[in-house]
Design a protein around this ligand. Structure first.
Ligand SMILES: Cc1ncc(COP(=O)(O)O)c(C=O)c1O
Length: 428
């Protein structure tokens, strides 16, 4: 029954900022979700463009006001779609990239290459070559092998600016799989190893040692780990640049209470004032907290089975949202057209599941839905982060489209995959 009470809370709290309800239908970016679904088909990932832009500005203005020599770079991996990268560029942000596809998307989005930061614990030679060719602003070296490859790739007479990724040794409270700043992490170097690499870079003719990088992890719902991580890396000495990573958590469910962007920035900047050089440049790399809440996914119900459990299966699942299977992330859901409170007396405890061949293909366990039926549209809020990223072709799934809704109209920015797309790489 507890879950049914939860279900009676308004899903509006979790849908993109600015969403309104008309006859129980969420109106996102001024567009009714049932109309988008009718025209674009389902499943469809709907982004409220204005909410996305507002969040980008909240981050950029908030950091600039607190630490003027600073830069926000969007962690492209959270929503690696050219149109999203372009929004960030238009709002004056830089881009963090961690793979070749993210680099070419960033360039297509029109980013100034000097505002791009390249990451990766195992960067491939062709990614390093792209970084050198396009003169990306900063390469974050993860270890000595990166330095070997980078030095070999830099043409005579050129110098590449680098940061060294340091493990701050901070274990934040989050899912183990998205923890990165703990001792023994596969990312970056322990402080003593980092010191040796820093000395090597300082002596390099083709690399310039610009500073340090850290990233504590993702979906972090407290501010203390961020402050601890700044104090930890400050012990390595003074540098012109400090990139403090991303990691602020997003609100997926009513129980989540992530710190506000302002509280997060207050913490980071306070720790930076206490521990870092006053004239250093600060960079942050928000991903999840930048995009999660700006989008939602709309599905159609394909089957309903009532027995010991009520299974409501939709036309998507782990092919468009792996966050549940990989990280046990809790989402919420509602039936489009029945989101207003008058329908809560019909609430039924349901297992919202996908159409893929795994029992782990669950979108939301124990969610209250008002008498769901075949053909209903179901909306899952807060799917803007890492869902598009990990969309896949499991069971021959055609990856879903992304639409931007704003001011009462919507447009497709990534089309749905076609059957031809699925066969395109066949050689025989
Ligand atoms: C180096 C780096 N920076 C930034 C991010 C973005 O983190 P989040 O999406 O949690 O803000 C990640 C995510 O894993 C990362 O690895």
């Amino acid at each position: 029954m507890g879950e049914l009470l939860e279900g009676s809370r308004s899903l509006l709290e979790l849908l993109p900022a600015g969403t309104e309800l008309t006859q129980g239908v969420p109106v996102v970016g001024g567009c009714r979700l049932d109309q988008i679904a009718a025209e674009a088909g389902t499943p469809v990932l709907v982004v409220a463009e204005d909410a996305l832009r507002a969040r980008a500005r909240e981050y950029a203005d908030g950091l600039a006001a607190r630490w003027p020599r600073s830069r926000v770079v969007f962690a492209s991996k959270a929503f690696p779609c050219t149109a999203v990268q372009r929004v960030m560029v238009e709002e004056g942000l830089g881009l963090d990239v961690a793979g070749g596809g993210e680099i070419i998307g960033a360039l297509k989005a029109g980013v100034d290459p000097r505002l791009v930061v390249l990451h990766g614990n195992a960067k491939l030679p062709d990614e390093i070559a792209l970084a050198v060719e396009h003169e990306l602003g900063l390469v974050v070296v993860d270890g000595p092998d990166d330095v070997d490859r980078l030095e070999a790739a830099v043409p005579a007479g050129r110098v590449v600016d680098v940061l060294v990724r340091v493990i701050p040794g901070v274990t934040a409270e989050t899912h183990d799989s998205v923890l990165t700043g703990h001792d023994d992490s596969k990312f970056g170097l322990a402080p003593t190893d980092a010191q040796a690499l820093i000395r090597r870079i300082e002596a390099s003719g083709s690399l310039r040692m610009q500073g340090l990088h850290l990233h504590v992890g993702s979906q972090i719902l407290q501010t203390e780990p961020f402050a601890e991580s700044v104090a930890a890396i400050a012990r390595l000495g003074e540098f012109p640049v400090y990139d403090l990573g991303g990691g602020l958590g997003a609100r997926y469910t009513w129980a989540d209470e992530p710190p506000s962007v302002a509280a997060y920035l207050d913490t980071l900047v306070e720790a930076s004032r206490a521990h870092l050089p006053k004239d250093a440049e600060l960079i942050i790399e928000p991903g999840r907290s930048m995009v999660a809440a700006a989008a939602c996914t709309v599905y159609s119900v394909v089957t309903v089975k009532r027995g010991r459990h009520t299974f409501v299966a939709v036309d998507g699942g782990m092919g468009d949202n792996l966050e549940v299977a990989l990280f046990d992330q809790r989402f919420e859901a509602g039936v489009v057209g029945r989101l207003d409170p008058t329908h809560h007396e019909d609430d039924e405890l349901c297992q919202l599941v996908g159409r893929h061949c795994e029992s782990g293909d669950v979108l939301v366990r124990d969610v209250a839905l008002p008498r769901p039926a075949v053909g209903d549209l179901v909306v899952v809020p807060a799917t803007g982060a890492y869902c598009f990223t990990m969309a896949n072709n499991y069971n021959g799934n055609r990856r879903l489209p992304v639409v931007f809704a704003s001011d009462g109209s919507w447009r497709t920015v990534v089309r749905r995959e076609t059957w031809e797309d699925l066969l395109r790489r066949d050689v025989e």
